[in-house]
Design a protein around this ligand. Sequence first.
Ligand code: FAD
Ligand code: NAP
Length: 348
Amino acid sequence: MNIIIKQQGLLKTPLSLQKNNTFKLLLNRMVHHKVTIIGSGPAAHTAAIYLARAEIKPTLYEGMMANGIAAGGQLTTTTEIENFPGFPDGLTGSELMDRMRAQSEKFGTEIITETISKVDLSSRPFKIWTEFNEDEEPITTDAIVLSTGASAKRLHLPGEETYWQKGISACAVCDGAVPIFRNKPLAVIGGGDSACEEAQFLTKYGSKVYLIVRKDHLRASTIMQRRAEKNEKIEIVYNTVTLEAKGNEKLLNGLRVKNVKTNEESDLEVSGLFYAIGHTPATKIVEGQVDLDESGYIKTVPGSSLTSVPGLFAAGDVQDSRYRQAITSAGSGCMAGLDAERYLTELE
Ligand code: FAD
Ligand code: NAP
């Protein structure tokens, strides 16, 4: 005898209760969302606020340590935010994200603390699965706002965990102005445009900036290379890899580096280390289903959040290899909210 109960809920399903092979209880969910927002950073919550205020009742999957980052996104991994307009005294990244989340909920966004593990964009409605319903009936949705963000690549050096955010950062624009870096020697690792740009930016604060490049040349565009070469506060250290981040009980104060041509090791005295070795956009769930650029970011139609798949909108760092800031993510989240609203209206 089989009893089948259909329910909307967060239970891991199906749940089979068998007693002497007599009873089998299947809790199965048949869920449809008009619009699903995947992600929980500034882009996701801004899209949610716009869609909720348009009375579309969005559902937002905020993830459960998706990509190793807590719900709320990258800003939950940092301390003070000083460049988000409206907060002249600054506030912590987590506080800013708590406020955005509260604003999404206030206008009626349904927030589900689960990670979306699979998406099928091949037919309408789209199908999505969470990490808890992978083997079951999918959840269906008419539109998706993808705002899963990106994460900065790290080197995982010995000492990195100890000094992360205590001298080590992956965002010069975000953290460069922090007092611990003022008038101190700093280092940037990388040889691309980001590394050159970050090194240039950091010369405003540091006494000197070492640009540590693993090869004998930079990968950056010619103009960025020239700027770095011309800047008297930047010293480009070629053919060099970093072996260890060192410091005292509180803060980073040096790096162990090795010249890969001579194999000679030495110590570099620095108070700040900034990674600029690229980012990884969180696009795994849509890989092969939507157009990506050569670095793996979602391609959007310039000036919009439209992707190569009608009904899939992208916002935030997942589609932005250039600016990667909270305010630009929020701005693109607004665009995605408005684009999705228009799309749904046209569908109806
Ligand atoms: P993210 O913040 O990247 O968040 C996306 C989140 O969505 C993920 O983290 C995860 O929780 C969730 N998610 C991912 N995949 C899934 C899935 N499959 N299912 C469900 N959920 C999922 N910017 C500034 O403007 N000012 C600053 O001072 C500043 N400081 C920073 C400091 C640090 C250390 C870092 C790393 C970044 C900083 N930034 C700062 C950059 C800023 O955090 C990002 O630009 C911004 O958070 C990007 O927002 P987003 O909406 O694209 O998504
Ligand atoms: P990128 O072009 O991929 O460069 C990454 C750099 O990091 C490379 O020099 C690479 O070295 C180095 N690197 C990677 N892994 C490393 C490791 N384990 N150890 C040491 N070094 C390592 O990334 P990006 O600079 O972030 O640029 C991404 C895109 O954004 C590019 O298209 C860029 O043009 C664009 N961008 C443009 C601007 C601008 O125009 N103002 C600013 C920033 C970014 P190798 O060269 O040896 O591989």
